[in-house]
Design a binder for this molecule. Structure first.
Ligand SMILES: NC(=O)c1ccc[n+]([C@@H]2O[C@H](COP(=O)([O-])OP(=O)(O)OC[C@H]3O[C@@H](n4cnc5c(N)ncnc54)[C@H](OP(=O)(O)O)[C@@H]3O)[C@@H](O)[C@H]2O)c1
Length: 257
């Protein structure tokens, strides 16, 4: 497919997991992709190599999010990369995917740990968007990653709280940028096999047990999420905005009677 030919995309947290799959898919659809990462340079390089091996175009940008100066660092690298690869500093698609789940509960989390969750999962996407808006072309796309944990009671309540913020952000922002034809949506995965859930990796029994909570009884793979993001990023997604789209195979929809 070449539906994104001539478009540029920034995918945060694209060195691994869901972000890597999103970057690969957007590049396969024709976009020039900035593969953002926080510290794992080798993984980011692998993402870029995988994209280039498939004939796509990508470059890596490093910036630790959730620390002072993060957005400035990110955009300095992004703008340099865009200038070098496309000759201009314009963006069509922004995917705020980078995130952390420390697994802490309401009983155990400390104020410092909660500040970090919010800084990476909520504050960074907000200020990345604020900084990106002048670069974003009319008709552009903003896609933020939340989690199905915002819709059900989960042990990781503080994580879900930090992610619920981007759902609220998406709804408000869609109204602000709609006149420019820019859509803003939130994609909410359920349990997906990535480094964020190391206990699921190479563990078919656990995957079967976790997947049994889904209407489609298996766990998610990064490509399941990337395909939904690709739809929203495409021309076909132009009439969907301000929405939270569950991409979980129907995780905990209700009792099976
Ligand atoms: N996996 C799931 O079951 C699941 C379910 C619901 C929602 N989600 C959400 O989906 C998104 C992707 O999750 P994932 O499972 O693919 O995660 P992952 O495999 O743990 O990968 C996380 C990515 O985010 C980057 N990152 C993390 N913290 C960062 C920071 N402080 N600064 C800069 N980059 C940072 C990492 O970069 P480095 O490689 O450089 O560390 C990596 O590229 C997250 O927002 C997550 O909350 C995941």
């Amino acid at each position: 497919m070449t539906s994104l030919m001539g478009k540029t995309a920034l995918v945060t947290g694209a060195s691994r997991g869901i972000g890597r799959a999103i970057a690969q898919r957007l590049a396969a659809d024709g976009a020039l992709v900035a593969v953002h990462y926080g510290g794992n340079e080798q993984a980011a390089r692998e993402s870029v190599e995988l994209i280039q091996k498939d004939g796509g175009r990508a470059f890596a940008v490093r910036a630790e999010l959730g620390v002072s100066g993060d957005v400035e660092t990110l955009f300095a690298a992004l703008e340099a990369g865009l200038r070098a690869w496309s000759g201009q500093v314009r963006l069509d698609i922004l995917v705020n995917n980078a995130g952390i789940n420390t697994g802490e509960t309401i009983e155990t989390i400390t104020p410092e740990a909660f500040d970090r969750l919010v800084a990476v999962n909520a504050k960074a996407p907000l200020f990345i968007i604020q900084r990106a808006l002048p670069l974003l072309n009319d008709g552009g796309r903003i896609i933020n990653l939340s989690t199905g944990a915002t819709r059900i009671a989960m042990p990781e309540g503080p994580y879900a709280m930090s992610k619920a913020a981007v759902e609220v952000l998406g709804r408000s922002l869609a109204q602000v940028v709609g006149a420019r034809g820019i859509t803003v949506n939130t994609v909410s995965p359920g349990p997906t096999v990535t480094d964020m859930n190391p206990w699921m990796i190479d563990n078919p029994q656990v995957q079967e047990m976790v997947g049994s909570g889904n209407a489609i009884p298996r766990v998610g793979q990064p490509s399941d999420i990337a395909d939904v993001v690709a739809f929203l990023a495409s021309e076909a997604g132009r009439w969907v905005t301000g929405q939270v789209i569950d991409a979980s195979g129907g995780c905990f929809l209700g009792p099976r009677i």
